[in-house]
Design a protein around this ligand. Structure first.
Ligand code: ATP
Length: 238
């Protein structure tokens, strides 16, 4: 019997006939945050897609004891997993507020939805100033903030965050990660974080797993990983 909220064991994944994951394993405790590190093409994004049901998978993926293998993305979302994809995926033709409401589409309680919109606007004050503007008019950083805010409007138990810092200025990245850290604390939100910038990932997570060509090769608490010369050289720029 597992105590982890999310458990991946020997997960495989393929795009059509092209297999890209060969054995990914990781565990995430309820309220915990785990980073996924690895070089370009190692399979980090595909691991998140495997959890979300966006790619054909094998092996074992369980969330709160329930298997996710074979589930569609909407079924995975319904179980309480929000995926903030690389490239953000905000809906440019809708306003900021409409994007937030899209995130809450499975919820019914209007008062709670309104309270969570207020929370998101407190978390990301830039969005408050642009609440009625189109998402297409936002800066890259604001679009990433909106993508995270839209994800949490579903009141998920688990957030999958993919390369949130990509293309953002350092100050915007810091603002975004501070907000995500606040979410972790205030909502006890569990998270799986894919991030090229390992220093940034380590500022948020408790532990991490390293992928190489579609396989987990190393996992451990962040202090242990940060103390290793090979990890520092490969991912921390020292
Ligand atoms: P990056 O940091 O570059 O995004 P990653 O570790 O997230 O890398 P993935 O995006 O998961 O890696 O890609 C893993 C492998 O799968 C790569 O070889 C990539 O070329 C391949 N791949 C990704 N998406 C597809 C797709 N839609 N169809 C076929 N192959 C794909």
């Amino acid at each position: 019997m597992t105590t982890n909220l999310l458990e991946l064991e020997d997960v495989t994944a393929s795009y059509g006939h092209v297999q890209v994951l060969y054995g990914v394993s990781l565990g995430l405790e309820d309220g915990g945050a785990v980073g996924i590190l690895g070089a370009n093409g190692a399979g980090k994004t595909t691991t998140l897609r495997a959890i979300s049901g966006m790619v054909g998978t094998g092996g074992k993926i369980t969330f709160d004891g329930e298997s996710l293998v074979g589930k569609r993305p909407d079924q995975v979302a319904q179980l309480g997993i929000a995926h903030v994809p690389e490239g953000r995926g905000t809906l440019g033709h809708l306003t900021v507020k409409e994007n937030l409401l899209v995130g809450a589409y499975q919820r019914k309680n209007r008062a709670e939805i309104a309270a969570d919109i207020d929370y998101c606007l407190d978390l990301f004050p830039n969005l408050a100033m642009r609440i009625s503007g189109s998402a297409a008019g936002l800066s890259g950083g604001e679009q990433q903030m909106l993508a995270v805010a839209r994800g949490i409007m579903a009141r998920p138990r688990l957030l999958l965050l993919d390369e949130a810092s990509l293309g953002l200025a350092p100050s915007t990245t810091r603002e975004l990660y501070d907000a995500v850290a606040r979410l972790r604390q205030e909502w006890s939100l569990s998270m799986l974080v894919v991030e090229q910038n390992a220093n940034l990932a380590f500022s948020l997570v408790d532990s991490a797993t390293v992928l190489e060509t579609g396989r987990s090769v190393l996992s451990g608490p962040k202090d242990e990983l940060m103390g290793r010369d090979d990890i520092r050289r490969a991912y921390l720029g020292s």
